[in-house]
Ligand binder design. Structure first.
Ligand code: RIB
Ligand code: CA
Length: 323
């Protein structure tokens, strides 16, 4: 089993990524650290605890709250995409007796801040750990700023973020996680953590969960988990139907987890990547230097994903989660 830390901003697709990670025997999830992103930090933490409750996880990973806001920029939350609670407004769903289908969990998060939990785990496991980050990278950057030497020990890091040969999603040129905290991404890009695999919109926009496919899975399985997936994605799929032109949703964050389990799902290119931190129109834009390497300054600092097998991933995701 591969020890991993999930650093997330749940968020609907983060929630699906947590389900995939916790239902995959290849991964040993040591901690879920939480960062403000899709929605406020306190709601993201509550959402992680709700998901653990729904899964009925006994030996649960540490849950730790991290950054309430980006390094420099104002927080950017997107309740219009993930619902005001960050999980598709789950309070709408009631049992026959009127009780909440998803009551608030009584579980509690750790009192230790995310950056310290991350550094402790990397140090205690002598770097034998992978970090999968699917939100703004504020927690990861805080850990690097605190102890970059320890952070360079990590086996690997997989981040969902960026857009290289494809438009952005939060602006014409920027992907949300990079846009929300570009300064944190810049710190990660300069950290010399290796390998640093970047799962950007170039590949996540090719991985779609269609509503009709999901509803068929719910009908055939009818488990609490598939019901939760249907309920929490309803609002998110409505957003995609109205704004992305298809009746379903992208599986951005689950693909990042998938890449850490099945690396051959994607084709990658080692390349030099930078991020715009100041541009009025281009802040959060991720730039890969596709020109032939010309100087030591252009040495690759990341492996960006340039191709993916969407059908295989959807099959693997369904086998693990939609059962
Ligand atoms: O751009 C998509 C990414 O931003 C996903 O991680 C989504 O959850 C949001 O955090
Ligand atoms: Ca996310």
């Amino acid at each position: 089993m591969k020890p991993v830390i999930l650093d997330m901003d749940p968020g609907v697709d983060d929630a699906l990524a947590i389900l995939l990670a916790l239902k995959s025997p290849e991964l040993d999830v040591k901690a879920i650290t939480v960062v403000s992103g899709n929605i406020r930090l306190d709601l993201c933490v509550r959402n992680v605890l709700t998901i653990l409750e729904i899964l009925g996880i006994e030996d649960a990973p540490i849950v730790s709250a991290g950054a309430e806001r980006p390094f420099r920029r104002e927080p950017v939350n997107v309740p219009s995409i993930h619902g005001c609670d960050g999980l598709g407004e789950l309070d709408r769903f009631r049992e026959a007796d009127g009780s909440k289908r998803y009551p608030e969990s009584k579980r509690e998060a750790s009192s230790r801040p995310a950056a310290d939990v991350i550094l402790d785990l990397v140090d205690n496991l002598a770097g034998n750990i992978t970090i999968i980050a699917t939100g703004p990278l504020t927690n990861i950057a805080q850990a690097i700023m605190k102890d970059s030497k320890t952070m360079r020990k990590v086996d690997s890091m997989v981040i969902m973020g960026g857009a290289f040969r494809t438009p952005g999603n939060i602006t014409p040129v920027a992907e949300f996680n990079a846009y929300a905290d570009p300064d944190a991404l810049q710190i990660v890009l300069h950290s010399r953590i290796n390998p640093l695999v970047i799962v950007g919109l170039d590949v996540t926009h090719k991985v779609r969960l269609y509503r009709h496919y999901l509803h068929e899975k719910v009908r055939s399985s009818g488990t609490k988990i598939t019901q939760f997936v249907q309920d929490c994605t309803e609002f998110y799929m409505d957003f995609h139907k109205d704004n992305e032109g298809f009746d379903g949703c992208y599986l951005h964050d689950p693909l990042a987890v998938g890449v850490s389990i099945w690396p051959d799902l994607v084709e990658t290119q080692d390349i030099h990547v930078q991020v715009e931190t100041c541009g009025k129109l281009t802040v959060g834009m991720t730039l890969a230097d596709f020109r032939p390497e010309r100087s030591p300054l252009d040495k690759p600092n990341a492996s960006i994903c340039i191709g993916v097998d969407p059908d295989r991933f959807l099959r693997l995701f369904s086998e693990r989660v939609l059962i």
